[in-house]
Ligand binder design. Structure first.
Ligand SMILES: [Zn+2]
Length: 249
């Protein structure tokens, strides 16, 4: 597994993301395909990213495959996605490989290029495309994985990973990424699950707190109905005991 890599603009790192994504994982095959295609072709070349959509909510989405078509070169300003040409490929990945479309990667001119400012980020046009192309919107994913690549064609290969959600006017969120084999990915998810699993004590405390809450609600309802299951004095004492107990949980 390679070390997490961050994006080129340091200020971006403070943004975080609202999707609970710790980092994006690429399979070695997917990453190598990106490097060999977008990483060597001239800028504004694109490819699609596939994997299991369930991993989008796992904290570590996993891109297992990248599909590239040599003929898909877009404008110099932003990458357009040709829905008619890509739809059969998306269907093929789904029906034959059980893989979901997770996003798209495309290359930008490097920092020496005509759009040097924020060259490593998705442009406004890129964001608009991601949020409005039916190919993406029909997926109802919480976000798309949208890496920007610098190619060896005029610049040194590099990749900057972003997440783009459907919320209008939200930024593209920079996110660290790494390369993981399927086994490494399984381990990372297992470790993450173990770290976030509540302890037996926490579970017991929550159960007691919920039970006490139900008790209070029941008593309050009985009081509202003017039904006194116990004397007012005892009730006051019980309520005091329960609130003290909950306070100490
Ligand atoms: Zn772009």
């Amino acid at each position: 597994m390679t070390t997490n890599k961050t994006n080129c603009k340091g200020s971006d790192q403070s943004l975080g993301n609202p999707y609970g994504v710790e980092k994006v994982a690429f399979s070695p095959e997917a990453f190598e395909k990106i490097r060999q295609t977008l990483g060597t072709k001239c800028p504004e070349t694109m490819g699609l990213l596939f994997g299991n959509a369930a991993t989008l909510t796992s904290g570590i989405p996993y891109v297992t495959k990248m599909v590239y078509r040599d003929s898909d070169v877009s404008t110099l300003i932003c990458c357009s996605v040709d829905e008619k040409r890509w739809s059969p490929i998306i269907e093929d990945q789904w029906f034959n490989y059980n893989l979901d479309l997770l996003g798209d990667a495309h290359s930008h001119p490097g920092e020496d290029g005509p759009y040097a400012l924020d060259a490593c980020k998705p442009s406004e046009g890129d964001l608009f495309t991601s949020r409005n192309n039916e190919m993406f919107t029909s997926l109802n994913h919480p976000y798309l994985i949208t890496p920007i690549v610098f190619s060896d064609c005029g610049f040194e290969f590099d990749l900057f990973c972003y997440l783009v959600g459907p919320e209008k006017d939200a930024p593209a969120y920079p996110v660290p990424y790494c390369i993981m084999t399927a086994e490494e990915y399984r381990q990372a998810i297992a470790e993450r699950a173990a770290a976030t699993k509540p302890s037996a004590l926490q579970v017991a405390a929550r159960t007691i707190a919920v039970s006490a809450g139900v008790c209070l609600c029941t008593i309050a309802t009985l009081l509202a109905l003017d039904v006194h299951p116990v004397s007012p004095e005892s009730l006051s004492s019980i309520l005091e005991e329960i609130s003290q107990f909950m306070y100490h949980l």
